[in-house]
Write a protein that binds this ligand. Structure first.
Ligand code: AMP
Ligand code: MG
Length: 299
């Protein structure tokens, strides 16, 4: 498990005004980490991830048996920040029956004819399950804010798309998440914070390796061109929507081992903190079990 004070560094305090550029996307977050050095830290992160994956597997079984809570994990990031890899690694030890992943692309015509939360609501995890959103309703205050022309397709006129429009969307999101949490869904949100330099390196790697070509789209480069606008949109969004009930974590993403260890740790320790129990067996049920045993042994 990662020390609580280190994890606390990545959580955006409710109501805090943050700037993404003040968060280090690299490995050296504290003096202690700096002294330890990259290699030793990498080894430690690997061990932590292994331990967390074992614990997560058990925690998820308990979540399923307890059947009172659901967990929603929201992953947001620039392209090539490692969302897919994080999902693959962090969920590798989890029973597939207890986990659902949804990836959200550009909305369809039908989806655009509903309010912006509709398509995400349909994919929320049921009690006992972990649901992962690979991109989410946050795209509607990120990519859509960077490209306000996308709003035309949402047929919202005569609404004015000024700052009030966006602060209302943040409020809608906070209220939506508040509703989820009040009704037993734990909401965890991760922004994988990759640097512009590391994204370039990963894009070039995709271009160098034919088996990675499918992952590259020319629109990725166009979005990279809007980097500063995205960082501004993320800073504003995380400042407005990190709440006590649904906090954001800004996770360093220039090194995949660090990203995975942190996400696995937060997910595992959060589920463990839920005080999950196996459902109580009633006296009547106990009698039925005893009767079943009698019948089987008498065969
Ligand atoms: P990827 O996840 O890299 O396959 O790309 C999915 C694309 O869909 C990204 O460019 C997202 O910005 C875009 N996208 C996801 N949700 C929305 C949305 N609500 N409105 C517009 N574009 C979106
Ligand atoms: Mg992409």
């Amino acid at each position: 498990m990662i020390r609580k004070d280190i994890i606390d560094r990545f959580r955006v305090p409710a109501g805090a005004k943050i700037r993404i550029k003040d968060h280090n996307p690299g490995w050296s977050q504290t003096e202690e980490m700096e002294e330890l050095g990259k290699d030793a830290l990498k080894e430690r992160a690997r061990q932590t991830l292994d331990q967390n994956l074992a614990d997560l597997s058990h925690a998820q079984e308990m979540l399923y048996a307890d059947d009172r809570f659901a967990v929603l994990i929201v992953l947001q990031a620039m392209d090539a920040a490692g969302k897919d890899g994080t999902i693959k690694h962090v969920m590798s030890g989890v029973n597939p029956q207890g986990c659902q992943v949804f990836s959200f692309k550009k909305p369809s015509a039908e989806e655009l004819d509903h309010t912006f939360l509709w398509r995400y609501m349909k994919c929320l995890p049921e009690r006992g399950r972990i649901g992962i959103f690979n991109r989410s309703y946050y795209e509607d205050v990120l990519v859509v804010k960077v490209h306000p022309e996308l709003l035309t397709a949402q047929h919202l006129s005569p609404v004015k798309f000024g700052s009030k429009f966006w602060s209302q969307r943040y409020k809608d999101i906070n209220a939506f998440e508040r509703h989820l949490v009040r009704n037993g869904t734990v909401v965890l949100k991760f922004f994988l914070n990759v640097s512009k330099e590391e994204q370039k390196r990963r894009f070039l790697e995709r271009l160098d390796r034919p088996e990675k070509h499918w992952k590259f789209s020319t629109s990725d480069l166009a979005e990279r061109g809007h980097w500063d606008q995205y960082m501004r949109a993320y800073s504003e969004c995380l400042s407005a929507t990190s709440t006590k009930w649904a906090p954001w974590y800004v996770v360093p993403a220039d090194h995949k081992w660090i990203t995975r260890a942190i996400v696995a740790d937060v997910v595992t320790t959060t589920i463990q903190s839920l005080d999950l129990k196996y459902p109580e067996v009633t006296e009547e049920k106990k009698e039925q079990l005893a009767e079943a045993r009698r019948q089987l042994t008498a065969e």
